[in-house]
Ligand binder design. Structure first.
Ligand code: ADP
Ligand code: ZN
Length: 712
């Protein structure tokens, strides 16, 4: 069985060997057995059902919860020359009828379906009349009522076991915990499934957690070494998402906001841009999550603390799916702790549930204040043992210092107690440092015995200490929501002098900004390779635009990188590169060889402007996007926008024909132009306002359309 599987792996997917347990899984499923696959993000789950789908007779039905995910997979398979389709509600009846016909004729190998669609009686009846070779249930944890991705439709997938008793089923998920695992087996009737449990380690991710000081500045420090990399910045609130996205744009980083308060249309638009463009930063709440299959997300940065290690693992896990170096960076401070603790105590739900959530938050805080290897601790939380410290996290590489904080901690607890257990950290630090200010005098705290006893430490050190006291549960936050600190029961032994306390020394800011020894991007390509790397990427972008797929669907970064390193000189040498299958070799081989041999296929000189414009107008009228037009005409998008704006100005095109912008965004741009006193301002006045949010060319087009209206 493995022989033909390897053949398909090389021929279709262009890979030389299976990763981890892929081989065993494929053997099991292709042989007709059921399987439950638990594998981390980026582990290579798709191949586990795609290869059996090609090995087995008949149609493979893949259940997937999100249209975006399905489209991505179908596009990828399409590029590989595999007959795959998705049926979804956005298609017209005619399209659906045509797909049904092709299915009946056995022309399709993989069919992607949303669960609610699959379980419709008509669909089930239709499938029962076809030759089904395999069911794959992706994101199988959606069947679990405990997880945050629960989808009621998944519960109905259990009936597949009875309706198709002879068809093997494979369920896949990146969610590790035991409870979810058992629930999947129960609800999907997978009692006979062989279980394949992989390590959940993500070795290519470098973890760093720093004490929050000036978070925006810290973020800029982190980003400075990552110019041009795509990444996600997570924030807790919508407001903060908007602010940070605007701030990053001002600072010259292309950043887009994403949160549940934006219209569906705008969210979809931002997501699409994130997938299709390179080097965009998505600033998002956790609403931006499942369905982000972009493999070359180079970093995930948290400006707020996630509420559990499960969330932290999942969110950071969106970095580096492609296996290349990636960073998980987080800035966290006392305010985060206070905020989450208060949110918890104000939340609905019974005591048991609250205790569980509290326990999860404590585990998260434990990771933040940890002195030992982060990866070991993270994996241990998921019941996995890493025998040695990883050598690839901040604590491993920085050699964290600790200090004996027993005495200062006692002083701090005493300051909390003597001031009546209701003041926040700012005031407490003032007491300890003996600051004789108005607020202190107003309440007479200059007379406390602890007043001024802490001058040996700096303000920053005291703040760090208070944060760690709260994180370790030695002090509590008041429930009224003013951030006042109280003693907790667990601080008694410390106060009585029965135990000592070792605390972490916070890092200096310069060090705290570092991720991997170098940034992911500069680690990927050396400076002398940069030019050719950019040429390869330009070619990939051009091909992606022509085919209307994201660049990584043409070739993943890892494949481009291997081309760069191995410098193939012929098609047969190129075929050796991992990720170059037969179909892609045939389609793109020559073009990439050209670039490798010093050509400039990526950026051909633009043709005569006059006939370009004519062609451009007809392409735009035909509904092509600027990016697709750029691909077709082999010129830059910037040029396309300039020509579109001209055509609009000459009324050869309407704005709607030229651009496909969400209405809300269009309205906002129009308003910005009309804000002045009758005169349309030049585009340059608005560039900053919309920097990163839309390509500048969009502004030129909107302005041109307004100018036409003005004149009329
Ligand atoms: P998952 O669904 O588990 O997150 P994917 O199936 O998307 O992971 O695979 C992640 C990446 O690894 C993809 O770019 C895929 O092409 C690549 N990949 C998977 N299996 C192999 C393999 N055996 N050899 C090389 N690359 C692989
Ligand atoms: Zn480590």
């Amino acid at each position: 069985m493995l022989e033909p599987a390897l053949h398909i792996l090389k021929d279709v997917f262009g890979y030389d060997r299976f990763r981890g347990q892929q081989g065993a899984i494929i053997e099991r499923v292709a042989g007709g057995g059921d399987a439950l696959v638990l594998m981390p993000t980026g582990g290579g789950k798709s191949l586990c059902y795609q290869v059996p789908a090609l090995l087995r007779d008949g149609l493979a039905v893949v259940v997937s919860p999100l249209i975006a995910l399905m489209e991505d997979q179908v596009a990828t398979l399409d590029e590989l020359g595999v007959a795959a389709v998705a049926l979804n509600s956005t298609q017209s009846l005619d399209e659906q009828r045509e797909i049904a016909e092709r299915l009946r004729n056995g022309e399709i190998k993989l069919l992607y379906l949303a669960p609610e669609r699959l379980v419709q009686p008509r669909m089930l009846a239709f499938l029962q009349n076809l030759n089904i070779g395999l069911f794959a249930i992706d994101e199988a944890h959606c069947v679990s009522q405990w997880g945050h991705d629960f989808r009621p439709e998944y519960l109905q997938l259990g009936q597949l076991a009875e309706l198709f008793p002879n068809v093997p089923r494979i369920a896949l998920t990146a969610t590790a915990d035991k409870r979810t695992r058992e629930e999947i087996v129960q609800r999907l009737h997978l009692q006979d499934a062989e279980r394949f449990l992989s390590s959940f380690d993500r070795p290519n991710i470098f973890y760093r957690i720093v004490a929050k000081d000036n978070p925006r500045k810290q973020l800029l420090g982190f980003l400075a070494e990552r110019k041009g990399d795509a990444g996600i910045v997570y924030c807790l609130s919508r407001k903060k998402v908007e602010e940070v996205a605007a701030f990053l744009s001002e600072q010259g980083y292309p950043a887009l906001p994403y949160h549940a308060g934006l219209s569906n249309e705008l969210r979809a638009y931002h997501q699409k841009r994130f997938l299709n463009e390179e080097g965009l930063i998505m600033v998002a709440t956790i609403a931006f999550g499942m369905g982000i299959d972009k493999p070359n997300v180079r970093f995930v940065a948290h400006l707020d603390l996630p509420k559990s290690l499960e969330s932290y693992y999942q969110e950071t896990g969106r970095a580096g799916r492609d296996g290349l170096p990636a960073d998980a960076w987080m800035a966290y401070g006392l305010q985060d702790v206070i905020f989450l603790k208060q949110m918890l105590s104000n939340s609905e739900g019974d005591e048991r549930h609250k205790r569980l959530e509290q326990h999860k938050l404590d585990a998260m805080l434990g990771l933040c204040e940890l002195v030992a290897c982060r990866r070991q601790a993270l994996l241990a939380y998921f019941d996995e043992e890493l025998p040695q410290p990883c050598g690839h996290c901040d604590n491993c590489v920085d050699k964290v210092e600790t200090w004996d904080a027993t005495e200062p901690a006692r002083q701090a607890l005493s300051a909390i107690y003597r001031s009546g257990q209701r003041y926040g950290v700012g005031h407490l630090v003032d007491i300890l440092l003996g600051r004789d200010n108005e607020k202190i005098r107003a309440v007479g705290h200059q007379h406390l015995s602890v007043f001024g006893v802490g001058k040996a430490l700096s303000e920053g050190e005291w703040r760090s200490l208070f944060r760690q006291l709260v994180a370790r549960g030695l002090a509590d936050v008041d429930l009224e929501g003013y951030g006042g600190l109280r003693l907790s029961d667990s601080c008694r032994p410390l106060l009585r002098g029965e135990v000592r306390l070792e605390l972490r020394r916070d890092l200096k800011p310069q060090q705290a900004a570092k991720g991997q020894s170098k940034s992911a991007a500069s680690q990927l390509v050396r400076s002398e390779e940069r030019e050719q790397w950019e040429a390869l990427r330009a070619l990939r972008r051009k091909l992606a635009e022509e085919h209307a797929v994201p660049p990584y669907v043409i070739f993943p970064d890892a494949t481009l990188l291997e081309m760069l390193r191995s410098q193939p000189r012929s098609l047969s040498e190129l075929a050796q590169v991992s990720g170059v299958g037969a179909r892609k070799l045939e389609r793109y081989g020559e073009a990439f060889l050209d670039v490798l041999n010093g050509g400039t296929a990526g950026e051909e000189a633009p043709r005569q402007v006059v006939d370009l414009r004519h062609e451009l107008v007809s392409l735009a009228r035909a509904g092509m996007t600027p990016a697709q037009i750029a691909g077709q005409l082999q010129c830059t998008e910037k040029n396309v926008y300039a020509l579109l704006a001209e055509a609009i100005g000459q009324q050869q095109l309407s704005l709607e024909q030229a651009l496909d912008l969400p209405e809300e965004l269009l309205g906002e741009i129009q308003e910005a132009f009309l804000d002045g006193d009758g005169e349309l301002p030049p585009v340059t006045e608005l560039t900053e306002l919309f920097a990163g949010r839309v390509p500048e060319g969009v502004l030129h087009c909107v302005r041109a359309a307004l100018a036409v209206e003005f004149e009329a």
